[in-house]
Every structure is written in C-alpha cells, then in structure tokens.
Design a protein around this ligand. Structure first.
Ligand code: MG
Length: 177
C-alpha cells in the first residue's frame, strides 16, 4: 500500500538540533568557538569570561540564517569528501581554491546577522587562524573543511560583534544615558 504523503512543513527545532549535531560530528565544539571569541574580544573587555563567550556563541547558533549556512556548508564539505560533486567544482572545493570564494560568501550570511563590525572581526579571526581554525585548516588531517573553517570563523566573529553591541548598551545604561 502506498504511504500517504506528508506535506512539507518546516520544523525549526529539528533544523536547530541538526546544526548542533553536525558541528559536533565535524569536530567543532561550542567551547572551541567560544575560545576564538575570547581571543578576539579580551583586549577590549578584559573581564569577559569564557561562559559569556559560550552564551553569545549559543545565541548566534540559535539564528535561522546561521543554521542554514552551517548545514549547507557542512553538506558541501561532506559531498566533496564523497567525491559526489560536479568534477570541476569537486576539484576546486577539495583543493580549497583561493579563487573559488563561495565558502566565504556563505560565511558572510552569518556575519550579516550582527551588522558590519562582524566583517572586521571576521577578517581578524581569519588571519589569526588560532585554535579550532588551525585544526580545520590542517589539510593533512583528511576531512574536507573548505566551508566549515569559514563558517566557524564567521560564528566566532558574529558572537564577538554581539558582545561588542551588548557591552556598549550596558555602558550607556550604567551612565544613565
Ligand atoms: Mg574556506
């Protein structure tokens, strides 16, 4: 007997859960992203704690646009590992061709969420290539992370921007402005 077709309906909770699950499966923990945030922001906010950074990364990860970018990027990395892409695209993604650039464009959709300072923070985190980013960029380890490294950098940059906006609001409130 034919199964009745279930009409498509977006399940936001499932998308959010899948995002967390796939980040972990690809070796990225929220804590490691928070470490990048701390590195980016502790010169501006010396009292910033790791817990605050974790909280801000969590808030970024709760955004739909961010989840969509993460899942799309991870999916393309996986398809590339499985050699399932159009050969010309396969070659470019596999070799992280610097003139490809769509990995960065996808990451930019994450930066947009917290305004233009996200781009400044992204440029900085991308240059540092510290912590988890160093690991994701190590091509000798096997997995393809052409999309994931930009995505993780962008999540850290967006969380940093969120902190900067919040801290400024706190300062102004404290002054009674
Ligand atoms: Mg890349």
């Amino acid at each position: 007997m034919e199964q009745p077709k279930v009409p498509y309906a977006l399940n936001s909770k499932k998308v959010a859960d899948a995002t967390r699950e796939w980040l972990l499966r690809r070796g990225v923990k929220v804590e490691q992203i928070a470490e990048l945030v701390l590195l980016l922001q502790n010169k501006y906010f010396p009292n910033l704690t790791k817990e605050e950074c974790i909280h801000n990364v969590e808030r970024v990860l709760s955004k739909r646009e961010v989840q969509n970018a993460i899942l799309t990027g991870i999916q393309l990395d996986i398809l590339c590992e499985q050699e399932l892409l159009i050969p010309e695209l396969q070659d470019m993604i596999k070799h992280d061709e610097s003139l490809y650039g769509v990995d960065e464009i996808l990451a930019f959709s994450i930066l947009n969420v917290y305004g233009s300072i996200g781009f400044t923070n992204y440029g900085y985190v991308d240059k540092l290539k510290a912590g988890i980013l160093e690991q994701l960029n190590d091509k000798s380890l096997g997995p393809v992370n052409t999309f994931l490294d930009d995505i993780v950098g962008a999540v850290a940059a967006a969380a940093s921007s969120r902190i900067a906006h919040r801290k400024q609001a706190e300062r102004e409130q404290a002054k009674g402005e």
